[in-house]
Design a protein around this ligand. Structure first.
Ligand code: PGA
Length: 235
């Protein structure tokens, strides 16, 4: 039986020409691919929804509905631009933009109210054992997901030390953290993120409890993404 493994591509603040994805996707249908370009490119990329069944994601959202919040983008604006998903609480935003867990909680609720699925990021900053990672993740999730319907969110477990470092977490680590987090919280859909690429994807897609990947660097290479998807959707 085929297992659906979700590939979520976070371009971060990089431009990937739409034509490059168009060439890689061709006319095929992808029901397990989410592309998350920058805000300005969302509308342009939304045409892939029709042509290839690709889903669309944003990388951030305001915790407010509207009003005097210069530079912010609301959940309803994202919905109008075609977003089905939105990444929230990415470690880069927590570190560089000082996003707090309670702010992230408001963003998650705003997204759910606008029928956008939040992809909630969490992960420990230092490489330690699984017990430490689980404790860290559970305490972050506890605050970020306060009073949130857990059936309406996706969690992305991203050990911060693995993000953009080329150091992927071990299969044992990923398996143990994600299994325990699912058991304790009841959350059913969890992605792995952190240096996921063509040299390690087979090991990670083979882990039963991992429902997909949040991909940064490798998502800038559309051919690589398409190759990984074509070789994966066969479990
Ligand atoms: P990476 O980024 O794949 O480049 O490590 C992952 C992420 O930041 O979500």
């Amino acid at each position: 039986m085929k297992r659906k493994f979700l590939f979520v591509c976070n371009f971060k603040m990089n431009t990937v020409k739409k034509a490059e994805y168009k060439k890689a996707l061709q006319k095929d249908v992808y029901n397990n691919l989410v592309l998350c370009p920058n805000f300005c490119d969302l509308k342009e990329y939304s045409s892939f929804k029709k042509s290839n069944s690709v889903m669309l994601g944003a990388q951030n959202v305001s915790e407010y509905a509207n009003g005097a919040h210069t530079g912010e983008v609301s959940a309803s604006m994202l919905k109008n631009a075609g977003a089905d998903f939105c990444i929230v609480g990415h470690s880069e935003r927590k570190q560089n933009n000082y996003e707090t867990l309670s702010q992230i909680n408001l963003k998650i609720k705003m997204l759910i109210d606008n029928n956008i699925t939040p992809i909630v990021c969490t992960g420990e900053s230092v490489a330690r054992d699984e017990e430490y990672a689980v404790r860290f993740v559970l305490s972050e999730l506890n605050e970020m997901l306060k009073d949130v319907d857990l059936n309406k969110v996706i969690v992305a477990y991203e050990p911060i030390w693995a993000i953009g470092s080329g150091k992927v977490a071990s299969v044992k680590h990923i398996k143990s953290v994600i299994t325990t987090v699912k058991q304790y919280t009841g959350i059913s859909f969890v992605l792995y993120g952190g240096s996921f690429n063509q040299s390690n994807y087979q090991d990670i897609t083979d882990i039963d409890c991992v429902d997909g990947a949040l991909i940064g660097g490798a998502s800038l290479k559309p051919d690589v993404i398409v190759q990984m998807i074509q070789k994966t959707d066969i479990k």
